[in-house]
Design a protein around this ligand. Structure first.
Ligand SMILES: NC(=O)c1ccc[n+]([C@@H]2O[C@H](COP(=O)([O-])OP(=O)(O)OC[C@H]3O[C@@H](n4cnc5c(N)ncnc54)[C@H](OP(=O)(O)O)[C@@H]3O)[C@@H](O)[C@H]2O)c1
Length: 333
């Protein structure tokens, strides 16, 4: 085992967009576990758009402060255990942060099943897959034949949302940045249509892709894209409010959505926000269904793996700029 613990620290709270200088790399001693603790070695760090939102203030977790080891969920391996619940070699999902080693209380952790490829534990069988599953099926309540639209559709959550909607017999439309991503959605992931939000005329393009209107909108981005979808919703449509990545990497939101109260009333829309952990009680059933779809080939899993702890800052900056297709993660060990 290494004697030092490489760490990436939040140097200062960013003003405006993240830059590499928002972070700095340091080293400390490998921490020692106390009673009931485990020492974890970070294997793969999950890159999540929400990592940036944690710098804006308290969310479903405490806000990050300057000098903190950058927070982040990871697939980690138990190296040393002072708890009967976990043994060396066990793998867990834990908020290790951006560092080689972390000490955490064993009672908050669960041993993950052994499966290959192990990266699926962070993508389709991790937060991304479960968020897509519960957000779409519980909050969106799609019915066969309906039109489902999802934004950030080539990202980790969005790419799974669109495919589940298709499995459920819906017409599926993805919104993504650029022609290459839109092409991939239709050709590789089976979406019926895709709309490039970076091109002019988003509202018109959406109307073309959804001539009968949108029954379910799965919102990953907020802002202007949310607004464009709102204008194209059908009466009694449902919006699953999953996240607002367009609002994370900067200061106060600069844009829309306009027309929110009026349109919600006249179209009798239902908007439901959720956090994936709201559905923990149904997790095992969801994982079993996701596994069935992956094994039958109905659900394709896209992953974007970058090597090296030192590349974490660039990986997050790139995620927010739309570099990734599918689930982005960084292999640390
Ligand atoms: N509610 C929950 O429990 C929960 C759990 C997990 C994630 N989430 C949310 O799910 C969403 C997706 O997160 P993720 O971590 O899976 O990331 P991701 O979708 O894999 O990557 C983020 C994507 O957002 C797109 N994007 C960036 N800026 C944008 C903008 N201004 N307008 C439109 N699209 C933009 C980029 O794709 P383009 O190239 O298409 O721009 C980028 O690839 C986030 O809103 C996140 O907060 C919610």
């Amino acid at each position: 085992m290494a004697q030092t613990n490489r760490q990436i620290v939040l140097d200062h709270l960013p003003q405006g967009r993240l830059t590499p200088s928002t972070f700095r790399q340091t080293e400390s001693a490998v921490p020692t576990p106390g009673e009931g603790d485990v020492l974890l070695r970070t294997l793969y760090v999950s890159l999540d758009a929400a990592n940036r939102a944690w710098m804006q203030g308290a969310t479903y977790r405490a806000a990050l402060a300057a000098g903190d080891v950058m927070a982040g969920g990871a697939l980690a391996e138990v190296v040393q255990s002072n708890s009967p619940d976990l043994a060396p070699g066990d793998r867990v999902f834990a908020d290790t942060g951006w560092q080689d080693y972390a000490v955490l209380k064993a009672k908050h952790l669960h041993k993950l099943p052994a499966l290959e490829p192990v990266t699926h534990l962070l993508s389709v069988y991790g937060v991304a897959g479960l968020t897509a599953y519960f957000g779409l099926l519980e909050c969106g309540q799609p019915r066969a034949g309906e039109t489902v639209v999802v934004s950030a559709a080539a990202g980790s959550v969005g790419s799974i949302v669109g495919q589940i909607a298709k499995i459920k017999g819906c017409r599926t439309v993805g919104i993504a940045g650029g022609a290459a991503k839109c092409d991939l959605l239709v050709r590789e992931l089976g979406f019926d249509a895709a709309v490039d939000y970076k091109a002019d005329g988003l509202r018109r393009a959406l109307r073309g892709a959804c001539p009968d209107g949108i029954d379910v909108y799965f919102d990953n981005v907020g802002g202007d894209v949310f607004e464009a979808c709102l204008f194209n919703m059908k009466t009694h449509g449902r919006i699953a409010c999953c996240g607002a990545v367009s609002q994370y990497d900067g200061d106060a939101p600069a844009h829309g959505p306009r027309g929110v109260p009026g349109l919600i009333v006249t179209k009798r829309l239902t908007l439901r926000g959720f956090i994936v952990s709201d559905f923990d009680a149904h997790r095992d059933a969801a994982l079993a269904e996701l596994k069935g779809w992956v094994e039958s080939g109905q659900l394709k899993v896209r992953e974007d793996v970058i090597a090296g702890l030192e590349n974490l800052p660039a990986a997050l900056i790139g995620l927010l700029a739309g570099e990734n297709i599918g689930k982005r993660m960084v292999k640390v060990a």
